[in-house]
Design a protein around this ligand. Structure first.
Ligand code: VLZ
Length: 134
């Protein structure tokens, strides 16, 4: 386990979340609500077992997985498209590939100083989020 992302993290910047949501086919009204959110992430990492709970005043999303083991992801409350997800280490970065209907879908988490970074990818769109410890 190269890095431990465990903790409670608050969003401080969110670049091109709009483009990411458009690529996912999220409707206009939902995007309007979602783009002003400042979600919090609660990450628990125990060996290869990881849970990432993204919470906001509008919607929550809970993800639990074992690193290196492919699983079915339902994306409930996001775009609701099922995909097969696989999370692996790329040096100190945690990389998720979400295989399904949408091309080039996935995300990467890493630490930079005290900050947690998240890159969300879908088709030709990249959203960059930065979180600070709560
Ligand atoms: O995060 O894939 O940390 O799942 C946003 C919820 C959650 C509120 C975004 C707005 C999840 C939803 C991003 C309206 C469409 C994500 C992974 C990496 C873990």
């Amino acid at each position: 386990m190269p890095v431990d992302f465990s903790g409670t993290w608050n969003l401080v910047s969110n670049d091109n979340f709009e483009g990411y949501m458009v690529a996912l086919g999220i409707d206009f009204a939902t995007r309007k609500l979602a783009k002003v959110l400042k979600p919090q992430k609660v990450i628990k990492q125990d060996g290869d077992m990881v849970s990432i709970h993204t919470t906001s005043t509008f919607r929550d999303y809970m993800l639990q997985f074992k690193i290196g083991e492919e699983f079915e992801e339902d994306n409930k409350g996001l775009d609701n498209r099922k995909c097969k997800s696989l999370v692996t280490w790329d040096n100190d970065k945690l990389v998720c590939v979400q295989t399904g209907e949408k091309k080039n879908r996935g995300w990467t988490h890493w630490l930079e100083g005290d900050d947690l970074h998240l890159e969300l990818r879908c088709e030709n769109q990249v959203c960059r989020q930065v979180f600070k410890r709560a």
